[in-house]
Design a protein around this ligand. Structure first.
Ligand SMILES: Cc1cc2nc3c(=O)[nH]c(=O)nc-3n(C[C@H](O)[C@H](O)[C@H](O)COP(=O)(O)OP(=O)(O)OC[C@H]3O[C@@H](n4cnc5c(N)ncnc54)[C@H](O)[C@@H]3O)c2cc1C
Length: 286
């Protein structure tokens, strides 16, 4: 479908991006990979008068160790998330999530920053950053803010970003030795958005789970932390019994949407099955 007319401008710095955004009086949209913005304009879901390309801004690029965290620039494309050895070692839930994100053509253009800023509740990366307790680095004319992933996803396609602010990077705390990870989703076809997805990590101390982080996606308007399931895992070995307790606890954590094609009870049952599968297959990164 033909796009509505718009003005295209490329920002070379964050200051320029903010100024171009402010000039447009709220009628501008940042463009990273364009794989969500452009289709939604073609479908007439939005018609901003100005698109501001932020892909050339230096602060948004690069994947590097910074102190006790891995900093992943917002412009890191999905294909690089899949291939980058630092991400595989220190942020393994992202590299496990990436093969489930669409298909290679989209992974070659789509960016992790655009994906998180869009906050689609069926997206894989938001649940992964939530499970890894990442922090999101955000910069606006007022300065820099670090936002915990738990506080970033507010509602359907709504984040803690203030209009004009740019998501510049994701900071993932370096995992301790032996941390276990698991990620999987159920989709109608490979590459489709998930019907239900799970991202989880757990630390063991003397064979007992000392900490667990479990998130689900495509079960509500945002990716969700399953606190009752996490609590059910803590203080016991990771076993058939503790996994069954975590699966049962999902009834407390989730209140999935009900629609005629996909009743809430079926979605909850799929979430229980998937959680059991993910927890049973969790493994540590070598
Ligand atoms: C056919 C198809 C299938 C797909 N399947 C999946 C899938 O299975 N799973 C999945 O997760 N995604 C899927 N996607 C979406 C894809 O991953 C998108 O690329 C991604 O969600 C958005 O990233 P982008 O870089 O393209 O962002 P853009 O489209 O450029 O931007 C998306 C939104 O984020 C804002 N934005 C972008 N970057 C920033 C930033 N740094 N700071 C602040 N705001 C910013 C933009 O203004 C816009 O509102 C699919 C897309 C298509 C076309």
């Amino acid at each position: 479908m033909k796009l509505p007319s718009f003005e295209f401008l490329r920002a070379r710095s964050l200051a320029e991006a903010w100024a171009l955004h402010s000039d447009a009086g709220g009628d501008a949209v940042y463009l990273s990979g364009g794989h969500s913005v452009v289709p939604s304009m073609a479908l007439r879901l939005q018609a901003p008068s100005r698109l501001i390309d932020i892909s050339q801004i230096a602060e948004l690029h690069g994947v590097e160790l910074q102190g006790d965290a891995l900093r992943i620039g917002a412009m890191t494309r999905h294909a690089e998330v899949l291939a980058n050895p630092l991400i595989a070692r220190h942020a393994p839930l992202l590299s496990r999530a990436a093969p489930h994100v669409a298909h290679p053509a989209i992974r070659n253009r789509g960016t992790i920053g655009g994906n998180l800023a869009l906050a689609d509740p069926a997206s894989e990366f938001p649940a992964a950053v939530l499970a890894m307790r990442a922090e999101l680095e955000v910069m606006g004319p007022e300065g820099q803010r670090m936002i915990a992933a738990d506080d970033f996803f507010l509602d359907l396609y709504e984040t803690a970003l203030i209009p004009g602010e740019v998501l510049t990077a994701i900071h993932v705390p370096l995992p301790p030795e032996g941390r276990m990870f698991g990620f999987d989703e159920i989709a109608r076809r490979r590459g489709d958005y998930a019907m239900v997805g799970v991202a989880a990590q757990a630390d063991l101390s003397d064979g007992v789970v000392s900490d667990a982080s479990v998130t689900l996606f495509s079960v509500g308007v945002t990716p969700m932390r399953a606190t009752a399931a996490q609590d059910a895992l803590k203080g016991a070995p990771l076993s058939t019994d503790s996994i069954a307790r975590a699966q049962a606890a999902l009834a407390t954590d989730l209140d999935p949407p009900d629609d005629p094609g996909f009743p809430a009870e079926r979605r909850l049952q799929l979430a229980r099955v998937l959680l059991g599968r993910v927890l049973t297959r969790m493994e540590a990164v070598q």
